[in-house]
Write a protein that binds this ligand. Sequence first.
Ligand SMILES: Nc1ncnc2c1ncn2[C@@H]1O[C@H](COP(=O)(O)OP(=O)(O)O)[C@@H](O)[C@H]1O
Ligand SMILES: [Mg+2]
Length: 363
Amino acid sequence: MTDVETLLRPHAEQAFAHELAALDAADDRPRPPAWRLSPWAVVTYLLGGTLPDGTVVTPKYVGPRRVVEVAVATLATDRALLLLGVPGTAKTWVSEHLAAAVSGSSTLVVQGTSGTSEDAIRYGWNYARLLAEGPSERALVPSPVMTAMRTASIARIEELTRIPSDVQDALITVLSEKSLPVPELGTEVQAAKGFNVIATANDRDRGVNELSSALRRRFNTVVLPLPATHEEEVAIVTRRVEQLGVALELPPVPAAADEIRRVVTVFRELRSGRTVDGRQALKSPSGTLSTAEAISVVAHGIALAAHFGDGVLRPSDVAAGILGSVVKDPVADTAVWVEYLESVVRERDGWLDFYGACREVTG
Ligand SMILES: Nc1ncnc2c1ncn2[C@@H]1O[C@H](COP(=O)(O)OP(=O)(O)O)[C@@H](O)[C@H]1O
Ligand SMILES: [Mg+2]
């Protein structure tokens, strides 16, 4: 066994093994076939809570309870789950944690790209064996989906709509018949109870493949929203940055709260095209300015502050990161950013140091 402490990024089921074990012990509700936990305990794992024995389950996802309940309930039916949303709304994150809590493993993943082939969804062959022995069970290389069907687990498909439509269609039989035919061997793999699929897709991808209606019918779609309020987004960023700091063993940087609030304010204002007080309309830049990007801006700022600064997160530690997130198109976005700096940031009480730092990196 690898020591989890030495891993750069442990899987959810490794990082939160103690929480999953405590939930398993405390959970006396009915569990669907092959589930490690009851749907109630899976929701508690995702949203956090305190167990009767005092174990604190940390919240993984911050968002509406109903969204998580619908997602978990879907997995207990014969429909698959499609998590949809703009980039950075925690689709991948939620998918990983759901698989970890339901099946005890989040690693049966197909990464969808325009180059994803049918083999990645169905099965492939070990060609040396295939040539030496002909088609046989031993020469077959199962896909993560096939393995999940055999082991009554959740398979994850990332970025489903980036996969070419004809390849996506390989999933239709799997999801409707719960079977994966292997014509070369004259056999099929039938899914064990407990098998299901969680797919993620961005609803803002341009030039990607639509889901065919036949496939869409097999999925229950759950939309993950952007954080509803400023407070909620600050809480998400604060918690994730703290966890990342621990995982990366960054020296502790205290009192980052002010800078986190400012980063979140800037992101929310530019994203929504309106100042927080609602008074002033703003132009939005082309990037998505997701919560995930806010998290990396702050985490990067903390690395700067810890290694090159005085150990306190300063505006100059986050300014370059914000600029990088806002300005994706060097001409149009720079104009939007400068206008925002001059008309909003400069005028705002207590933001002069922040304005100066942003101005300096903008040039
Ligand atoms: N509502 C949220 N609750 C908890 N974490 C969130 C939330 N929104 C974003 N994040 C964080 O953002 C990061 C990126 O999310 P990710 O799952 O990669 O986004 P997506 O797959 O939707 O593009 C993750 O580290 C996740 O923790
Ligand atoms: Mg993702």
